[in-house]
Design a protein around this ligand. Sequence first.
Ligand SMILES: [Zn+2]
Length: 290
Amino acid sequence: MEGRKKWYRVAPNVGVNVRNGPGTAYDKAFSLSYGTAVEIGETKDGWGRCSDGWVCMDYLEPVSETEPRQTDTGLVIQRSLIPAGRKNRPGGTNGDRYITIHETGNFARGADAAAHAAYLKSDAAIKARMSWHYTVDDHAVVQHIPDGEKAWHAGDGANGPGNSQSIGIEICVDAGGDFAQAKRNAAALVRLLRKEHGIGLGNVVQHFHWNGKDCPHTIRHTAGGWADFLALCGSAAAQPEQSGLPAAVDVLVRAGVVTSPDYWKRGSGWSDANVAALIRAMAAYIEKKR
Ligand SMILES: [Zn+2]
């Protein structure tokens, strides 16, 4: 019987094995490290079924259903791991020193995070030796490879720092998707990973950084696009209403200093150039009043 799914956390320090069936007689598919959040549906003979196999329930501790691994915006990290041993899941240890931002470059309708998760498990992806850690769209974050393992996303060689010391995130650009929301979701994931791995904002880099590829293409070709994205990665979304920001912006609008109130009221993601222009406008206003 398929019951309601529940969240658990891997309890042993050494992690647990995920097997292809409910028992130790079944082959080991891969392992989950300590603390990983696992969503269990069906249970059988003391084993629980997660999205990629079976885990012995003795090694899982229940967590509140409101407490899976999630971003500070409440987006739950879904796992759809590439099975261990596939050519595009090379294993090895990822130094976790950087976060690399990509765009999928797939503008087809429906090319969302779930579609890319399916692609990464396909023969085509195995043949292409392609993989990355997370795909983010306007409504979901899906993980394909554990943070602590290498992936083939940076194009800088098997032992290049991009592939072996960075966590790769692909942002979806699918037609009909809300790209602005996908970027906000990706930034929320970056904030979570920075917190979990102690990665500084300066080590959040573009794919371009590693091998000169023009990726993430849309962000790179939008004026202030990368600065705006990094600003979102730097701090949790502000809560403008509580900070009194809208009222302050309205004062500046009445004074003629600000002409685009919605931009300033959102409380984050401002470009350096626009902040500088605002400072100049305020200074000019004060000078005029003297
Ligand atoms: Zn890329």
